[in-house]
Design a binder for this molecule. Structure first.
Ligand code: GLY
Length: 401
């Protein structure tokens, strides 16, 4: 037995085995996954009208702090979050094998098909189509789902600027920023390009994803490995012009979810390339994030908000990072594997406590995420992508036990 297996065995024991009579088992993944399943059924009931009919184009997006029912958004080209709810349903189907949940997952996935048939509006196609159709195909192998992913990957690739070497995130904002803009969130969209290149799509999609990851690694981070939210490049020369924020506290601050996207993104890039430069970098961006977390491992929305400790937390960032670390821990040396997996478990323990779970109060899984604080939007709210990465992380943890 090597160190990694010994550690995995010890962790499984500490998580699942009965403890002494005074101390209950610390964390039972199935309890949390069953909680998610129950909340999903509550949400589905809430989405039914008086005749029991669901409008599958209206998708849960958030529950503001002051409310207790989902605010839904219509599936349109500029709504970036509508892949998460079908993704949650696919994960729930994976866990429960419940065919009625599969049916709902199919129905909420279908309205996103148009994204594979229309010109790319912006970079969010990966979030939208890989969380929904990606999980749908992974679990069903339905060739129609595969076609949607492949066509959408081609569409996303049209935003790649070879002069710069990255994907343009927001075509609508080129004039405002004075150049080709790439946001850190865009790292998540690369997974669909890698997948497509290996599953019947154009091999150039792989090169685009690698180029994006390399250029981002070079310019999108400060010396200490904390990230800008937005990097702006000269559209013609490809030169890096400046870094700034959009959703963070300041241009120079570490916006929690931006850093979370970087951790998750570079973990995926290493998985797909096995290029050690990306593994080293994934660890670097992770280590600076972990070194600055508060005691419960759920970050403040921005690590540099001067109002900390009175600033809101961002549970969504913790969910993204917990999920990423459960993967990253499988690629690194034994001591780092232990550190990353312990950190992920600690994040999930906190998120699964009454401080963060919505429980009876709301049908979401979690409270306390922040969407866009500078715009005054989704502050201290339940947000659908927090729930998506939470259930993903729980399933990943379950698979390691
Ligand atoms: N712009 C995507 C996010 O809020 O993380």
């Amino acid at each position: 037995m090597n160190m990694k297996s010994i550690f995995a065995a010890a962790l499984s024991f500490s998580l699942l085995a009965a403890c002494s009579p005074e101390s209950k088992p610390v964390f039972d993944v199935d309890t949390q996954l069953n909680y998610c399943d129950a909340q999903i059924h509550r949400t589905l009931n809430e989405l039914r009208n008086q005749d029991g009919v669901i409008d599958y184009t209206m998708v849960p997006r958030n529950i503001p702090d002051s409310l207790d029912t989902w605010h839904c958004r219509k599936t349109t080209k500029d709504e970036w979050c509508n892949g998460f709810w079908p993704g949650i349903l696919w994960y729930a189907y994976e866990y429960t094998g419940n065919d009625s949940i599969k049916h709902e997952a199919e129905k909420f996935t279908e309205p996103l098909k148009f994204l594979s048939e229309t010109p790319a509006y912006d970079h969010d196609l990966g979030f939208l189509v890989f969380c929904s159709y990606g999980n749908a195909y992974r679990l069903t192998k339905n060739p129609e789902y595969k076609k949607v992913i492949l066509d959408t990957a081609d569409s996303l690739a049209t935003l790649f600027n070879p002069n710069v070497g990255t994907i343009l995130s927001w075509p609508r904002n080129v004039e405002m920023y004075g150049g080709h803009n790439t946001i850190m969130d865009n790292m998540i969209n690369l997974e669909m390009l890698f997948w497509a290149s290996k599953n019947g799509g154009d091999k150039k999609l792989y090169d685009i994803a690698v180029s994006h990851a390399e250029k981002t690694m070079k310019y999108h981070f400060r010396e200490d490995a904390t990230s800008y939210h937005v990097a702006v490049y000269d559209t013609i020369s490809g030169d890096f012009l400046y870094g700034c924020t959009h959703q963070g506290y300041a241009d120079s601050s570490m916006w929690a979810r931006g850093q979370a996207w970087a951790i998750y993104g570079y973990t995926v890039v290493y998985r797909e390339t096995r290029d050690k430069r990306f593994l080293d970098f994934a660890q670097k961006v992770t280590d600076v994030y972990l070194s600055r977390l508060p005691e419960d491992y759920v970050p403040y929305w921005d690590f540099d908000d001067p109002s900390i400790p009175n600033a809101p937390r961002d549970a969504s960032a913790a969910c993204v990072v917990a999920s990423a670390l459960l993967e990253l821990s499988s690629y690194v040396t034994d001591d780092k594997a232990e550190e990353y997996k312990n950190a992920a478990v600690k994040m999930l323990e906190s998120l699964s406590s009454d401080a963060y779970q919505s429980r009876d109060a709301k049908p979401s899984f979690l409270l306390h995420s922040v969407g866009h604080k500078p715009a005054g939007s989704e502050i201290d709210a339940s947000i659908i992508y927090a729930d998506y990465y939470y259930i993903e992380a729980l399933l990943r943890l379950k698979k390691t036990l």
